[in-house]
Ligand binder design. Structure first.
Ligand SMILES: Nc1nc2c(c(=O)[nH]1)N[C@H]1C(S)=C(S)[C@@H](COP(=O)(O)O)O[C@H]1N2
Ligand SMILES: [Mo]
Length: 161
């Protein structure tokens, strides 16, 4: 088998990136390397329960979702807590699995949860597959979105029924 064949049969090892879009002043396209370089790195040792596989134990490293999204400048008045509390986040993986968070979960004036955009899981850098959302305060794993492709930021709106 030629070297070329070996490469073509290997798992794709491109560099994954994801977008941050929506009601923000500064849309971003980020790689895992960009996450590592742009913001302070935090660590989290977590256990989450998977419905299929039971308890999963992992060590993650990466910037706070809050720090990254502050850079994207969401369209709220940062001084006004009620304004911030209306904002919603949708985090999507490449396979279509997606989940919602509220801004208040990551905001130091509200739940202040240390949610990370992981650059590393255990001993593996996540550059090829993309970042994984780490939600240390969740009991189950469903919101640990892996291979993130998009984060959307939107204000919630009340609709008359
Ligand atoms: N993109 C994506 N991320 C995902 C899922 C998924 O189906 N797609 N499943 C979630 C579920 S249900 C769990 S329990 C964890 C499993 O994480 P692990 O594969 O690191 O154990 O990933 C979460 N992240
Ligand atoms: Mo799961």
């Amino acid at each position: 088998m030629s070297r070329q064949d070996t490469v073509s049969h290997a798992r794709p090892t491109g560099v994954a990136s994801f977008t941050v879009s929506g009601e923000i002043a500064r849309p971003l396209t980020l790689t895992v390397a960009g996450l590592r370089e742009g913001w302070p790195q935090h660590r989290a040792e977590v256990v989450f329960d998977c419905a299929k596989d039971g308890p999963q134990h992992h060590r993650f490293e990466g910037p706070l979702l809050h720090d990254v999204l502050r850079t994207a400048a969401p369209a709220f008045d940062p001084r006004r807590r009620k304004d911030r509390s209306r904002f919603l986040l949708v985090i999507s993986g490449g396979d279509g699995h997606h989940t919602a968070l509220s801004w208040a979960e990551i905001d130091p004036d509200f739940a202040n949860s240390a949610i990370l955009l992981a650059t590393r899981c255990d001993d593996t850098d996540l550059d090829p597959e993309g970042s994984q959302l780490v939600v240390p305060t969740d009991r189950c794993g469903a919101r640990y979105i892996s291979a993130i492709t998009a984060i959307r930021v939107h204000a919630s709106h009340m609709h008359a029924s």
